[in-house]
Structures are given as C-alpha cells and as structure tokens.
Design a protein around this ligand. Structure first.
Ligand code: FAD
Length: 565
C-alpha cells in the first residue's frame, strides 16, 4: 500500500516546481538574471595568457534584436490547439519562441547570443496531463505539425532544436505545467511524478521526507525528470546511486498513435526491456508523461575528500580496483594532468589549491599529478567502513590524501561551470565539453586519441587550446571520459570551428572503441555516428518502433534518428 499518498498529492498538486510555472532561465545562457558573476579576475588573466581572449567583451544582443524566422503555423491550426489546451496553454509571443529556440550546447549559445537562432518553434504548447498530451499529439499528427518535447531545455546535443522536417509547422511541447508529485510509496521506496518536475524540486520535496533520488547532473538546477529519462542522464553521484536508467522503474508514454503504460516493478522477465527502450527515446517516439522512480534514505553522513596520484594512469588503476573490488565511492572522479593543472591555476586561494598547497604537492613528487575526488554518502558507520577500505586500496597506487577541503570545495562548486561558461563566451573564449565511455582495457588509449584529435583540430583552426579530461562515472568494466576544451573563438566562424572539433572528436571516439555518448544523448549532433554505434540492423529496428508509435513522424524530427530513411 502506498503510504501517505493523499497527503503528498495534496501538498504537491501542480507545485513541485515551486508553485505555478518554474523560474525561467536566461534565453542566451545559464541561470537566472540575478545570479552573480563567477569568473574571478585571476582566472581571466590565466586565460588571457594561455589561450587568449577577445580584445573587447562580446555580450549577447538584446532580446529585441534576435532574428526569428517567420512562424508558419496558420490561425486555424492555432485555434484548434487553443480549443484543446485553453488560451494559457498555447503561447506564440516573441519571448516564448526565443526561449524555446535552442538548448544549452555551445553552438546553441553562440547562435542565441548573436541573435541568430536559425530556427524557432511557431508556438509553444503547455499540456497539463497525460490525457491532454494524448489528444495534443493526435491533433498534431492530423494537422502535420512537428512536436519537440521540451523539459528543462538543457540539452547540449541539439535535442530540442525546433526542426519541422516536412511538416507545415513545429511546436515546442513544454512540460512545465506537468509538475506534480503523484505519490510516494515509502514501503517500496518509490515516488511517482509527472515528467515536468524538476530534479531540484523533487530533491527538495524528498529531502523534507528524509529521502533522496540521488540524481545530480551538473545541470541539476533546471533539468526535468522527463528530460533526464529521455536522455539516459547520469548524475555526478552515479557511481553510487546509478544513472537515471537504474532509477526509472515504471513510466507512461503518450505517442501520436497510442500509449504505453509500464507500471513500477522491481524487475521483470516479460520480454525485452521495453522500459529501457523508452528511457533514452529523446522525444522521438512520444512524450514521457509520468515516471515511477526508486528513492533512498537521505544520507546522514557525507564525506568528500581529495587525493593526488602521480599520474592519470595510477589514478585510473586505483578507480578500476575500487570498482572491481566493490569498494567504490558514491562520487568517484579523477582529473587528468591537464585538468588538474587548470583547476589549480584557476582556483587561487588556500588549501591544496593555494600556493603553499602546490609547493607541498611538488615537494612530495605530485607536482604534475592528478587530483581525484571521492565522495561517500550513507549512514555514519557504513560510510566509515567503505571509506576505510577504499583508502586502504588506493594507497597501493600511491594515493596522497589531501583532505576534506579539496572534496568540499568540489562539492560546493559542482554546479558553477555553466555560469562560468557564459562569462567565457563574453570574453571570446570557446568552451565545449564532450563525453564517451569505454572498457578499461581501451580507456587510456582512447583518452590520448581523443585529446590528440581535439588538439590537432584546434591547431588547424589557428586557435590552439587547452584540452582536459576527467573520469566521473565508474563501472566494474570501464568508465566515462569527459573532455573539456578551451580555446580562443575564431571570430566570425565560431560554428565552423566548433564543427571541426566535434567531427574530429567523434571520429576519434568511435575509432577508439568508445560510445559516441555516455550521458549527453544523441540529439542532432551525434546522429552522424549512430550507424557505427548501433549498426544498420539496430537503426532499422528503432525506425520500425518509431513508425508504429509515430507513423506521421511528427515526434522530434531529426533527433535520435535522421530525417531521411
Ligand atoms: C551545463 C550543463 C551540464 C550538464 N551536465 C549533465 C550531467 O552532468 N549529466 C547529464 O546526464 N547531462 C548533463 N547535461 C545535459 C542535459 O542537462 C541532460 O541531457 C538532461 O537530462 C536534459 O534534461 P532536460 O529536462 O533539460 O531535457 P531537455 O533538454 O528539455 O530535452 C532533452 C531531450 O529529451 C526530450 N524530452 C524532454 N522531455 C521529454 C519527455 N517528457 N518525454 C520525451 N522526451 C522528452 C527532448 O525533446 C530532447 O530531445 C548538462 C547540460 C548542461 C547545459
């Protein structure tokens, strides 16, 4: 029996995102307008010296100067959408179209800041529940209107690009009004939510009840649970809590030609895993309207601490051993030499990252080494036991403990990077991230190959840059690699520069035996590599499923699957 379900419904009715519509992000960047700047002066100086910055700041254009394409949806179609969703449920004003014109990837931000999104939805629809969703998708199929599901809009792979394909119109389908927590089953440790609930709102809701979902992507503040499930998202504590695919136990999907309802189950052998097929479906098969998710008791003890390894290889062996010996921390991260150097240079201040700390590291022979962060969460004694064992194991790989300060500093700043990215763009600095995963036996070679490919591509653009990487999701059989690159923007050809880097990295990833994406999903940007990832047979099977659920191909055209057959 679900415990306290009625109370939860009453409290959370339509209000999981804080009551009414959640706060909006800046249309040209991350966060809300009131957020203070985060790029310290010494960091800017460091960038000026290493990669170079623009002579004059390059702020985003004013909203009024954004060039929107003409909306093609006719009055009749709009009237029918309004009949279904009410006047409030369909918006076509400038701000709404701009807010839904792109996600938050680097090329999205470059285009938006320049006031040239290229594409924009004709209108934005806000359904309230599964039934409205079903009716809306049926109507759009009849009208030949493409539908782009839009959760937090934080996709970094062009997942919410408003492509219309062959259709007469395109709408963004924003799930912001589908934001209720439907019920909490304490006995089974599951919560059921509408897809538009933000991860941050759900975490707050659960924390008040002594629970946690444990899903903390860097984009945590703005992502929705529906968007996370649709992209197979992985949070920073995935080594302990698992990625979203491990959390989704049941879901409801509304599609133009039908619906699928899969109740929450701990496990099932009833055929191939349909739940897992819909997790990661990126809005191309339908819209996830509700999800049942596994929750856990909120940890009473949290210990985050830093360690140094002499080099990336030693740190990698240590993480592999932790995973294979079942002694992994909940958060397990290892920066390579370049990323460690960069974070020491940018940090300033005291602790291990301060001048005295750096001298201490140099003295101990770790001057050019790699920083690892291990974070343990749980009950006090259980944390102490796991932590003790992990420390013992990694000591065998030369780990130098540098204390909780480094761990806590990482924890405090773990959602800061996207704010900093906006400021770097203002200074003409390109900052892009991309990720992959591979088996341990290939990981180091893949790391070197991808970093090398990005460096060469940047040099060929005449903008040599810094390429750094960390491991942040660790498995018994392998791990993820997350690359960050920083270079001076090639002014006037920012997108060409980005494309050159992306192509080089993608080729190096698939040639080196990595997946084209560990957690950012496919969207539009990773499509060129999908056939090499799934094979022609795998792609054909996905297409067949899409055809069954979405015969008119209105769902998120050009994402996950290419537009043409
Ligand atoms: C700065 C930054 C840091 C990030 N860090 C991480 C990270 O640590 N881990 C990680 O996994 N990702 C990360 N991402 C990527 C992004 O946040 C994730 O892909 C996230 O899961 C998207 O959620 P969203 O609600 O914003 O979805 P959106 O961006 O709105 O949509 C993503 C895709 O899912 C589809 N979609 C959205 N809602 C639904 C629905 N209800 N049903 C069906 N389809 C739907 C959309 O059409 C789109 O294709 C980061 C992004 C940024 C900008």
């Amino acid at each position: 029996m679900a415990e306290g379900t009625h109370g939860v419904q009453g409290e959370a009715r339509g209000e999981a995102n804080g009551g009414g519509a959640p706060a909006r992000m800046r249309w040209w960047g991350w966060g809300e307008a009131a957020h203070p700047p985060v790029l310290p002066a010494h960091a800017l100086e460091f960038l000026r010296e290493t990669v170079g910055v623009a002579e004059r700041p390059r702020p985003p254009v004013a909203l009024a100067r954004v060039r929107l394409p003409e909306a093609l949806l006719d009055r009749d179609a709009l009237a029918r959408l309004r009949e279904l969703l009410g006047a409030e449920g369909v918006r076509e004003d400038r701000l709404e179209r701009v807010l839904h014109a792109a996600g938050k990837g680097y090329p999205d931000l470059v285009r938006m800041r320049a006031g040239q999104p290229g594409e924009a939805p004709d209108a934005v629809a806000y359904p309230r529940d599964h039934e409205q969703l079903r009716a809306l998708l049926e109507l759009c199929a009849r009208l030949s209107v493409a539908v782009v599901p839009f959760g937090g809009g934080t996709s970094v792979v062009g997942g919410v690009a408003p492509l219309r394909g062959e259709h007469r119109g395109v709408i963004a389908l924003d799930t912001a009004r589908m934001a209720a927590v439907r019920g909490l089953d304490r006995e089974s440790a599951t919560v059921t939510v509408q897809a538009g609930v933000r991860a941050s709102a759900l975490e707050h809701h659960l924390a008040m009840r002594g629970l946690t979902l444990g899903h903390f992507p860097q984009s945590f503040e703005y992502v929705t649970l529906g968007g996370c499930a649709a992209t197979r998202s992985a949070g920073q504590a995935s080594s302990g809590y698992g990625a979203i695919e491990k959390m989704v136990l049941g879901l409801r999907l509304a599609a133009p030609a039908g619906e699928i309802e899969l109740p929450a189950l701990p496990a099932s052998a009833a055929g191939p895993g349909l739940r897992q097929t819909l997790v990661g479906s990126e809005g191309a098969l339908g819209v996830i309207s509700e999800l049942s998710l596994r929750v856990r008791a909120a940890p009473r003890e949290r210990v985050y601490e830093g360690f140094f390894f002499e080099d990336f290889a030693a740190g990698e062996r240590a993480l592999r051993t932790l995973a294979q010996e079942h002694a992994l921390a909940d958060v397990a991260r290892l920066s390579d030499e370049q990323e460690t150097r960069m974070s020491l240079a940018l940090a300033g201040g005291g602790g291990v990252k301060g001048r005295a700390g750096r001298a201490y590291l140099a003295l101990r022979g770790y001057g050019g080494g790699c920083l690892a962060i291990l974070g343990f969460e749980g009950e006090r004694e259980e944390v102490a036991g796991r932590r003790g064992r992990a420390r013992e194991l990694i000591r065998g790989f030369g780990a130098l403990a540098v204390g909780r300060g480094a761990g806590e500093a990482w924890r405090a700043g773990r959602f800061t990077a996207p704010y900093m990215r906006d400021e770097l763009l203002t200074h003409g600095v390109m900052v892009e991230t991309l990720e992959t995963a591979a088996q341990w036996s290939r990981l180091r070679a893949l790391h070197d190959a991808v970093a090398g490919a990005i460096e060469r591509a940047l040099r060929a653009c005449g903008t040599p840059g810094l390429v750094m990487c960390h491991i942040s999701h660790v498995y018994e059989t392998g791990a993820s690699l997350y690359f960050t690159l920083i270079a001076r923007q090639r002014e006037g050809d920012e997108i060409g520069q980005w494309r050159a880097v992306k192509d080089a990295a993608g080729e190096a990833i698939v040639s080196g035996g990595g997946t084209i994406t560990h957690h950012h999903a496919v969207g539009r940007d990773h499509l060129p590599w999908m056939e090499r990832e799934l094979g022609a047979g795998g792609l054909a099977a996905l297409r067949a499923l899409k055809h069954e659920l979405d015969p008119a191909a209105i769902m998120n055209p050009g994402k996950l699957l290419a537009l043409s057959r």
